[in-house]
Every structure is written in C-alpha cells, then in structure tokens.
Design a protein around this ligand. Structure first.
Ligand code: OOG
Ligand code: NI
Length: 466
C-alpha cells in the first residue's frame, strides 16, 4: 500500500537530468548553443530519413531525442564516492564497469552510474560518468598530504541530501514532496563554485602536479563538468560547431563513421576558461581562471560481445600504433583516415555482426510464428528461426563508456599539454572498496537482455506450434 505513494526512481532520475540541463545551460552559455545545434542536426536527419524517423517513433519518443544522455563528475575521496553511490541509487542508477585512466595519463579511476534494466533504460538512460581522484599516483608526498587534508575538510552533500537518502533507504522510496526536495538538494552538489577553497599558491601547485588535481581539490564541490545530449549525426555536429562559435576537439572519439554503428562515438567542445577567485591570507579575494567545463555530444551503436569488443580494441590499437593523435590536433585528418582503414576489418552488416557473434541483439517474432519449425523451437535453434524469417533481430544499444575515448575527452579538456605519465595501475579492487560495493559487469547485463528476448520468443513460439 505504502509503495503507491512513492515517486518511481525513474521519475526522480528524469527530474534530476532535466534540472541539471537547465542549470548547466544557465551556467555555460556555449552549452546552450551546442544543444541548439544538436536539435537542428537531429531535425534535419529525421526529415531526410523517414525510415529512421518511423523506427525511432517506435523505439524512442521523438520529442526527447535530443535530451541529455550523460554527464560527468570527479570526486576527491572514498567517502564522497560511497555516498554518491547511495544518492544515485535513489534515482535508480547503479555502478556499471570499471575504467582505469591512469594508463592514459589521467590520475583517476571511474565507473558509470546508470539504470540497468531494459524498462528503466527505455524510460530515461541518463548516466553519470564518475571519477575518483587517485592521490596515490602523485609523486610529491607533501602535496599529496595537503590535498588529502583539503579534501577531508569539505562536505559536498547538503544535510538534507543525507537525510533524504536515509529516508529513501529506510522506507524504500521518496514521496512526491521529498522527491522534489531531493532533486533540488542534490543539484547543489553539482553546482559551480567560482570561489576556490584553496589559496592561489596551493592552486598553482596542485595545477602543476596535474590540472585535474587542481580541478578536484580546489573547490567546494564536484561541479558537473559536462553534459552530453544525443545526436543522430555526430559528424554533422562536429562540422557545425565552428560556425556557431564553438571550438570542437580535433576529432570524434571511438569507432569511425559506419553503416552499422557500434559502441559509442563522442566529441566535445573545448573547456572554457572561467574566472574564479582565491582567498588570500588577509581575507581579500584575488582573481584567477580555471578551465574545466565543456559540452559533449554522443551517438550510440550496438553493444559488442567480448569477441566483438576485442576486435574493436585490436583495430583501435593497430591504428594508434601507426598514428597517435597529437594534443594539438595537427594529425587529426590522417588519424581519422587510418581509423576508417583499420575498421574495414569489422563487418558492417547487422546479419554478419550477428552471425559472427560480435554484437548483442534483441529478438522478436517477425510474424505470427505459425510457420516455425517445431524442431527448431524445441532445440532453441535461433539461427534456423532467423533464416526461416520467423524471428527478427534489432541491435541492443551500448549503454557504457570507452576508456580510450574517455581519456581523449579528459585530455582535450585539460588543455593541450602533452599527456603526463603515471605508473599504469588499474585497481578495481581498491575502487570497489572505496565505492563500498562491487561494480556490475556490463557484458553480463547485455547478455541477460539478449537471453530474455530469446526466452520470450521461444515461449511464444512453443505456444503457437503445438
Ligand atoms: C569525464 C570524461 C569521460 C566520456 O564521455 O567518456 C566522459 C571527465 O572529463 O570527467 O565523460
Ligand atoms: Ni562524457
């Protein structure tokens, strides 16, 4: 009975992503410009491609096509990460995947908080890429200690957020007025603070250690550093940015342009230089600047199986062995060509991708199923049922991130310095201790969604062929 009074986690998540979008548009005007470009590109795509339009009409709601699909924050301590996990759980978002970015010269490790079941993803797939600073990778022990103390002295959550998380955990949900209050209070954690909590000298030393360290340690909270709407044509958005006065990063991260999109393609505009102030020892404020916040767009394709993913990783690595994108973007065109060349080896037809078990698909009945072979149904022979036209299949969308791409997004937004090097030290165990939970395995999630669709088809067919 009481359950009925709760607002669903999906609705809280939707309200939260809408509130974040509104706040970020106000805070970062260039982001509003990007949103308007994305809406224009998506509108043009839908006009020129009626087939795409009717497919999307069936699977997504068209009026929400250009909405945000993810954002990102960077946290400073294990306590912040563990509390953030509880905050996101109230919105139906759970930690999926472990991303080690130390290999790419960024001293963080990360996960993505996102909805996991199919219904929740369809309702609103909003995710937050969440990184935790790894002070253990900093060489300077004294600075490490100063940073640690600075972080230990802040609380990024409002008391009301903490109280409502406890309420939700105890009661199993939040009622309407608590849910609205929760969204407003959580928003405070993501807000921009233009007053640093460190002085100019400490900021400079943190910044010299790594720009990202200064970004995480210097402020009162983990400001949202970007939001990312979905586009139906990322190449058009990349081309269209300069005409709107937005400076894009040099190239689109991820796989090249293809007929059958795989995984995730992303691009962003470069982080803006923003005014901040530092408190001096005499209590007066001095001005400085900081670059952290930007806008991004994403276009998603099919989720790959472990086999498909290793092919993707191998082709990407081959490309980068020949030509590594430089920080200044001077070899971007050659990189994009080389990438397209290497990916000629990745099948570009859905049937081939399915046959070779490179990607995950969702199966459904193509007709009434009456002509299905009883034997094939009894044996669960999916290939036979597909060939006979009994079953149809649609790609399952990739809902996660890519470490090489994420590192590229980080780097292009931390300035054009050459990448720094850290000891390569993925440490999922440590991350899970800090998080206070295991991260979910994304392959298992996709395999489960595929299998559920197969089971549903076979159950329906078993009824019609007997
Ligand atoms: C996160 C960068 C990673 C993505 O889309 O791959 C990311 C950050 O800059 O904090 O958001
Ligand atoms: Ni992103």
């Amino acid at each position: 009975m009481q359950q009925k009074m709760f607002v669903s986690a999906d609705d809280i998540r939707s309200a939260f992503s809408a509130a974040m979008s509104e706040m970020y548009r106000k805070e970062v005007p260039a982001y509003g410009e990007l949103l308007s470009l994305v809406a224009e590109v998506n509108r043009a795509m839908l006009e020129h491609d009626p087939q795409l339009r009717s497919r999307l009409e069936r699977s997504d709601s068209l009026d929400r096509i250009s909405e945000e699909r993810h954002g990102a924050i960077r946290l400073g301590t294990a306590e912040e990460l563990a509390m953030m996990r509880r905050v996101f759980a109230v919105m139906g978002m759970y930690p999926v995947g472990y991303y080690d970015l130390s290999t790419a010269g960024v001293p963080v490790h990360s996960t993505a908080f996102r909805p996991i079941d199919e219904a929740a993803l369809n309702r609103n797939p909003f995710r937050v890429f969440t990184s935790l600073l790894r002070l253990d990778l900093l060489a300077d022990e004294a600075l490490r200690e100063e940073a640690r103390q600075t972080l230990a002295a802040r609380d990024i959550f409002t008391p009301t957020t903490r109280r409502l998380v406890e309420t939700a955990e105890r009661d199993g949900g939040l009622d309407e007025s608590d849910a609205a209050l929760f969204v407003a209070e959580v928003l405070e954690t993501f807000r921009w603070h233009d007053r640093a909590r460190v002085d100019a000298d400490l900021y400079r030393r943190l910044h010299d250690a790594h720009r990202l360290v200064a970004d995480v340690v210097s402020f009162n909270g983990p400001h949202i550093n970007h939001l990312t709407p979905r586009t139906l044509d990322i190449d058009a958005v990349q081309r269209g940015m300069p005409a709107r006065g937005i400076a894009p990063k040099a190239f689109v991260e991820g796989p090249p342009t293809r007929q059958c999109p795989i995984l995730l393609r992303q691009t962003s505009f470069k982080a803006l230089e923003e005014d901040i102030s530092f408190r001096g020892s005499d209590g007066t404020w001095t001005t400085g600047s900081h670059t952290a916040r930007f806008g991004e767009v994403e276009q998603r394709g099919i989720a790959l199986t472990p086999k498909g993913r290793s092919l993707y990783d191998r082709l990407l690595e081959e490309t980068r062995k020949h030509i590594r994108p430089t920080a200044d973007g001077s070899n971007a065109a050659a990189y994009v060509d080389a990438l397209a060349g290497a990916f000629a080896a990745f099948p570009d037809e859905w049937a081939a991708i399915r046959k070779e078990r490179l990607g995950y698909f969702s199966y459904s009945l193509a007709g009434d199923g009456k002509n299905a072979s009883q034997q094939a149904v009894a044996a669960g022979d999916i290939n036979q049922l597909v060939e006979a036209g009994v079953l149809q299949f649609d790609p399952i969308v990739y809902e996660d991130f890519l470490p090489v791409s994420a590192a590229g997004i980080f780097r292009s937004n931390l300035g054009d310095d050459e990448a720094q090097h850290f000891a390569e030290s993925p440490n999922q165990k440590l991350f899970e201790q800090q998080l206070g939970a295991r991260v979910i395995d994304s392959f298992e999630q996709y395999a489960g969604i595929e299998q559920a669709s197969i089971d549903a088809c076979l159950a329906a067919l078993a009824k019609c062929v007997t």
